[in-house]
Write a protein that binds this ligand. Structure first.
Ligand SMILES: Cc1ncc(COP(=O)(O)O)c(C=O)c1O
Length: 468
């Protein structure tokens, strides 16, 4: 029995490996967005009925592989420039398989000593790599959405405690109101984190400059209006332009009011690992909480966000949990750092990526992607009718198309549609200052200058066809 179980396990895992390898081998040259009929996928999945009898595991994997192959985007490939997605380093994918094979609950030391220690080491390495204050405490979340929740929960605790209010014991009923000030171009996940925390949508927005970074004068005005120390949310990596707010000055202004600075670094916090680019985030280490996504620019598989808090006591007070049945330890129990209870050991692929890349490899990844984003901007701006709207400080390029006798919004939308259909690369649109724009995000370790050239050629071809 034992022998046959072992055999079955290795046969099934081998099949999974074969399918995964085939997918990986094809990902660079397949159309970046699949042309797929969801009805075909549902039919392959035998939607509509739970099978009465179980099926052979290998057959099940074959069905899933077919569905995945027909209907997945090549976001793990070199020319996926949509949203801010990032692909996956091979070592991180393999480490993620180990996470599944070990099947540890990354909750408590008593549930899995190895993953607990890996998470500790990973937390220390991240603080070191990014140059954050040495006492910073760290939590590993599904993504920046829940990392923002974590950082802002610590902020809420810290600022209310200063008024003698215990937010964890008494909630917000009758609590002093904490003012929240945030970049007018913040990511929507900040608003949702505030909603989760019972702080509603009462955010005082701060105007941004042409590149999408907060204007310090406007922040100073907002700070003059508040009667209590506020939470101020700024960002390192505007979702459209990649702009970084002037963090040193923001921290100085906010700390002069005893406020808390939260930095959404989902995209850009990794630039702190680059000697060439960390100046863009000057003063980042002065903030009170930060977030980032390893599944974006560090190229680990989904999902892996990170919350950093410079005030470990506030972090612990906001998230700590106890229950009689939990065997707590003298060590750092991971359950006290994040909103989740049971969870995957998502620090394992992150540790693998950092160890395989080293400091220099992370810096090289950041530097290459930024250089390639600039190359894309240079290639496109050489074409008549292409406007680059942003200063490319990180890996985001914002593009708009114009032509005589064409409405620029409609033309930009049309070019995006054509590029998406053409298949060489994939990117998406947005609206900035009421203007339709095309967003290009370069965040894969696989993207070469040749991939940028192929993408730029495809975009120019689509523009020429749209205006012909
Ligand atoms: C700037 C910014 N903040 C926050 C988020 C939310 O991150 P996640 O999707 O990992 O929760 C994103 C992501 O898409 C982002 O780009």
């Amino acid at each position: 029995m034992e022998g046959s179980m072992e055999r079955e396990f290795s046969e099934v895992l081998r099949r999974g490996y074969e399918h995964a390898s085939r997918w990986q081998a094809s990902v660079a040259e397949r159309p970046v967005f699949p042309s797929v009929d969801p009805a075909e996928l549902r039919s392959l999945l035998d939607a509509g009925k739970v099978p009465e009898r179980g099926e052979d595991a290998v057959t099940v994997l074959d069905v899933l592989a077919r569905v995945g192959e027909l209907g997945s985007t090549a976001s793990a490939g070199p020319r996926y420039f949509g949203y801010v997605i990032g692909s996956s380093l091979p070592v991180a994918v393999a480490a993620d398989w180990l996470v599944s094979a070990w099947d540890q609950n990354a909750t408590l030391y008593s549930c899995g000593p190895a993953v607990c220690v890996i998470e500790d080491v990973c937390a220390d390495w991240l603080v070191d790599l990014l140059g954050l204050p040495h006492q910073t405490s760290v939590g590993f979340t599904t993504g920046t959405q829940m990392a923002a929740f974590t950082g802002l929960a610590a902020a809420r605790h810290h600022l209310l405690a200063a008024h003698g209010w215990d937010a964890e014991a008494d909630g917000l009923w009758g609590a002093p109101r904490i003012p929240v000030i945030a970049s007018a171009q913040r990511h929507a996940s900040i608003d949702r984190a505030l909603r989760y925390l019972g702080m509603g949508a009462r955010v005082r927005p701060v105007a941004c400059d042409a590149n999408g970074a907060v204007v310090l004068g406007a922040l100073a005005e907002a700070l003059d209006e508040v009667e209590r120390p506020p939470i101020v949310c700024v960002q390192a990596g505007n979702i459209n332009t990649g702009a970084v707010d002037p963090l040193a000055e923001v921290c100085e202004l906010v700390h002069a009011r005893d406020g808390w600075v939260h930095v959404d670094g989902a995209i850009g916090l990794w630039a702190l690992a680059s000697a060439e680019h960390r100046h863009v985030l000057r003063g980042a280490g002065l903030a009170d909480s930060w977030t980032t996504d390893a599944h974006k620019w560090l190229n680990v598989p989904f999902d892996c966000g990170v919350a950093f808090v410079a005030h470990p006591e506030a972090h612990a007070a906001a998230l700590r949990i106890t229950a009689d049945y939990l065997e707590v330890s003298e060590r750092r129990d991971q359950i006290n750092t994040v909103p989740e209870w049971s969870r995957r050991a998502r620090s394992v692929p992150l540790y693998a990526a950092m160890r395989a890349l080293g400091r220099s490899g992370v810096a090289d990844l950041i530097d290459r992607n930024i250089a390639n984003a600039r190359h894309m901007a240079a290639r496109l701006s050489a074409e008549p009718g292409v406007e680059i709207l942003n200063d490319v400080v990180l890996n985001q390029v914002l593009v708009r198309f114009t032509a005589p006798n064409h409405d620029a919004d409609l033309l930009t939308r049309e070019v995006i549609r054509r590029v998406q259909d053409e298949g060489t690369c994939w990117l998406s649109g947005s609206t900035v200052d009421d203007r339709t724009v095309m967003r290009v995000s370069v965040c894969s370790w696989l993207t070469s200058t040749d991939d940028i050239d192929r993408g730029a050629d495809a975009i120019v071809r689509c523009l020429r066809e749209a205006t012909a």
